[in-house]
Design a protein around this ligand. Structure first.
Ligand code: MN
Length: 466
């Protein structure tokens, strides 16, 4: 995965990294590789890579080295990319993913190294010429490499979701796949269960989680068909055609030797201290997995809701704001089930939702104080979601308050029992299942407004005494 570091200037120059600038307006002499220009390391990028490594429980190398990786691209004026090969800044981390069957799995991070991005070629502006924009040239990327731990496209998709969530929590990459800030190359191979890994193909530059999953599915089927026919897989780089849903051969894969890696003589090795690492560690926010486990342990929130509540920084702070004021488990259910159910149904996000955390607290307090039942609360919430009105006002305007007054509950229950003498006798002769019938009748007659707990108590005492 290539994750663009969120930073104002490039990895080795002071040129701006702002997205969408006019072509070649953000190119320093270093980025254009003019003779004699020397790269100067942007310290902020080192900090962001260390921060990302720490968040993935990885080992931070106190010494790392920038190497030149040689290949010819028209939009790579240096003729090589400055990257890290033998001594990357981060190695050996882990990340926990959440699967649809409520299980979790640990994916191993092999390494994270820093490198420069290349420029962009435009082949579609003229029938005879190619145009080149060097604005992206030299922007800092973190290349995040995993071990071959994925066994399905679902696992790969969940990994990307979790990684993107962590990067956003940290602020080290904005995770915007549409703008190319996060791009994925997927290596796919197939084998019979228990056999060693088969020959892999690399699918380049996948720019959405959906595309990553589709490309993996297609590629695995393609390879199985070839092997079933008795042929062999050629190791190669392939492209995914999102419109057709297929992968196509791009080039045979270079081997490591082809790149002629060697340490860049213009850059000193990067040496950092324990104190430097500790200082960055102290700035780490609470991360999604920690939040997820805390919500489950501390608040007894079920796993699937905890995943929803912790997966996004904004959602987590919304939940925590509500959970501070009311019973956290109740808050979790109202957000993960009721609020997200309505958001998904109307294709909205929390950002443009009319029910603020404060308003949701208002609603849940009405339930906790016995003003309305949970059932009526869903009706109130429907209106809040639509109009953004306060729960208290909706309840008052529509006279939805729950009846908790003992004498009116008793009066109604007496009436229901009188109307159903036959059922009362049946109940008394042992058909205790009928209790639910009586509760239902009382709630129906009161339009769902009787306090259910009181109704239960009064009914029980009346039925058992008569
Ligand atoms: Mn790379």
């Amino acid at each position: 995965i290539h994750a663009q570091v969120s930073t104002k200037s490039k990895l080795f120059s002071g040129a701006s990294t702002k997205y969408g600038g006019s072509p070649n307006s953000q190119v320093s002499l270093v980025d254009a590789a003019l003779p004699g220009m020397l790269p100067v390391l942007n310290k902020y990028c080192i900090e962001q890579a260390v921060k990302t490594g720490l968040a993935l429980d990885a080992h931070i190398n106190k010494r790392s080295v920038f190497d030149r990786k040689h290949y010819f691209y028209a939009d790579l004026p240096q003729g090589y990319q400055i990257s890290q090969f033998h001594e990357p800044i981060v190695e050996k981390g882990t990340l926990e993913i959440d699967l649809s069957d409520d299980s979790t799995k640990i994916i191993n991070i092999n390494r994270i190294h820093l490198e420069q991005d290349a420029g962009k070629s435009f082949h579609d502006q003229s029938p005879t010429e190619t145009f080149i924009d060097l604005n992206r040239c030299g922007i800092a990327l973190m290349e995040i490499v995993t071990d071959p731990d994925f066994r399905s496209s679902e696992e790969a998709g969940e990994f990307l979701k979790k990684l993107r969530s962590i990067l956003r929590y940290l602020g080290t990459c904005d995770g915007d796949m549409e703008k190319g800030s996060l791009r994925c190359d997927a290596n796919v191979s197939v084998r019979k269960y228990g056999d060693p890994f088969g020959t892999r193909c690399e699918i380049k530059n996948l720019n959405s989680i959906k595309n990553v999953m589709q490309a993996i599915e297609f590629e695995a089927k393609r390879q199985i068909e070839i092997i079933e026919q008795g042929d062999k897989i050629n190791q190669e780089t392939r492209l995914f055609d999102a419109a057709k849903g297929v992968t196509r051969s791009l080039r045979s894969k270079e081997s490591v030797e082809d790149y002629r890696y060697f340490p860049d003589p213009d850059l000193l090795p990067v040496e950092i201290s324990d104190e430097y690492i500790a200082k960055i560690k102290a700035t780490l926010p609470e991360l999604p997995d920690h939040k997820k486990h805390r919500y489950m342990d501390e608040f007894k929130v079920p796993h699937d809701s905890a995943v929803i509540l912790s997966g996004d920084k904004e959602v987590a702070s919304y939940f925590e704001e509500v959970a501070k004021e009311v019973t956290p488990k109740l808050a979790a259910n109202w957000i993960a089930v009721e609020l997200f159910g309505r958001l998904n149904k109307t294709s909205q996000t929390l950002k443009n939702c009319k029910v603020t955390a404060k308003k949701l607290v208002g609603l849940i307090q009405q339930i906790e104080n016995g003003i309305i039942s949970g059932k009526i609360a869903k009706e109130v919430f429907d209106e809040m979601f639509e109009t953004g009105a306060d729960a208290e006002k909706i309840i008052k305007d529509k006279g939805m308050e729950q009846v908790s007054d003992q004498s009116s509950i008793e009066k109604l229950i007496d009436q229901i029992l009188a109307e159903n003498q036959d059922k009362v006798s049946e109940y008394k002769s042992g058909k205790e299942k009928l209790f639910g019938f009586f509760v239902g009748q009382v709630m129906k007659a009161s339009g769902g407004k009787m306090n259910p707990q009181l109704v239960n108590e009064v009914l029980k005492s009346k039925l058992n005494s008569k």
